[in-house]
Design a protein around this ligand. Structure first.
Ligand SMILES: [Zn+2]
Length: 403
């Protein structure tokens, strides 16, 4: 006889003999002082109803091993508890499940069990929320366009991310999200560059980007040189990505006011770019440089005197860039009065051959270049030292939590 499982929606604290069959869609460990405190999970049943489940420390070994993401399990002997007093709820369910020493759990082979890993909230819906329930987490998906490390608050490190959705510019919404490093880990370096959709791109000629307003614009240009007046990379703080000073064998970050034993090598490239109308210097930060070069700054192969001399542009970088025609989204600033007052900051790049070809031809791009490219004369290095990529990020529309 087939087992009868209780639906999540029918669970109640006073009913103690329920047996459920659920699939685990989230699983994370909570640690305090380096010691495992519990394993927290989000489950849903065949109907898709979600519930939070806690495996206490004593049961983390045996049950925690069975409970893995995407695995279907059946569970009996568990407590159903009120979910209302839990902070940062993963699920908007009045109840949650807490296991205890007599709980029984076994994994099931059930390939037909539905899996609803995410319930994404639309960016428009998020921005329309007036009385946000700060306690409930939800799922979002978007392109990471910026990040900022917020200082420690009661030992919780917050990272504020700026996400864009994939719609045409008209509907683009940026959302600031914060999360605790304690419960979530996200390798920001592995976030993939998005594909640039046609709707995003309204390419301007280089001649047209001097403006009296702050904003952004796409240009399509051919890289003529990598400016050697500046170093091609810098050592960055492991917390905030700002430039650090090396003191003996340690690195000091002025922004964080902290010393660290290590620092990350990050790109900061000045590219001289031309189109058929003019030439301009562009400052390309780490993320966009990785997109163009396909590797991190620390992975560049250095040869001869390139080793130990950051002011010498490695041949590998030059040969990967020079002669290439790329779409650059640049930050327009009202205070840049003439084209080469200072380098324009690049917000996004697109080196997809088909997309570039489309705009290169419509924009009268001439890969030979008609201009003598001159590097920006004005020193801006001091400003670069204080800059991080966050300076390019538009005003946040609000802070929401996600899982
Ligand atoms: Zn720092």
């Amino acid at each position: 006889m087939a087992l009868v499982y209780t639906k999540i929606v029918d669970l109640h604290p006073s009913v103690t003999n329920s047996m459920i069959k659920v699939i685990c869609i989230r699983r994370y460990a909570i640690k305090y002082g380096g010691e495992q405190s519990s394993i927290e999970c989000v489950e849903h049943d065949r109907e898709g109803t979600r519930i939070h489940l806690t495996i206490p420390r004593g049961q983390c070994g045996a049950l925690g091993h069975i409970m893995q993401e995407d695995v279907v399990v059946q569970i009996r002997n568990f407590f159903v508890r009120n979910n209302n007093f839990v902070r940062n709820k993963t699920v908007d369910n009045p109840y949650r499940i807490v296991l205890f020493p007599k709980s029984q759990m076994s994994a099931c082979v059930d390939p037909d069990f539905p899996l609803q890993k995410f319930l994404f909230k639309d960016f428009n819906d998020i921005s329309a929320i007036e009385d946000a329930n700060e306690e409930v987490l939800f799922d979002v998906i978007g392109v990471l366009v910026g990040k900022r490390y917020i200082k420690d608050q009661n030992n919780v490190k917050l990272i504020e991310l700026v996400l864009e959705d994939a719609r045409p510019t008209l509907y683009k919404v940026s959302v600031g999200i914060k999360f605790s490093k304690k419960t979530l880990s996200l390798n920001l370096e592995t976030v993939k560059e998005d594909s640039v959709s046609d709707e995003d791109i309204n390419v301007k000629a280089i001649d047209e980007i001097v403006t009296n307003e702050n904003g952004e614009a796409w240009i399509c240009g051919t890289i003529e040189s990598v400016d050697c007046s500046y170093t091609w990379c810098y050592m960055a703080c492991i917390r905030c990505t700002r430039k650090v000073a090396k003191l003996n064998n340690r690195f000091f970050c002025g922004a964080c006011n902290k010393y660290d034993g290590k620092a990350n090598q990050r790109y900061m490239l000045i590219l001289n770019v031309v189109d058929s109308t003019n030439n301009v210097s562009l400052l390309v930060w780490d993320k966009e440089s990785i997109t163009l070069l396909g590797k991190k700054a620390s992975e560049i192969e250095l040869k001869g005197n390139e080793i130990g001399h950051l002011e010498i542009i490695p041949k590998e970088i030059e040969s990967a860039h020079i002669g290439k025609t790329i779409l650059f989204k640049v930050q327009l600033r009202a205070d840049i009065k003439t084209l080469n007052d200072r380098p324009y900051i690049v917000l996004k790049v697109c080196n997809n051959a088909d997309t570039v070809q489309k705009y290169a031809s419509t924009n009268g791009q001439n890969s030979e270049g008609e201009f003598n490219v001159q590097s920006s004369q004005k020193s801006f290095e001091e400003e670069c030292e204080g800059l991080s990529q966050i300076t390019t990020i538009p005003v946040l529309s609000g802070n929401k939590k996600v899982i």
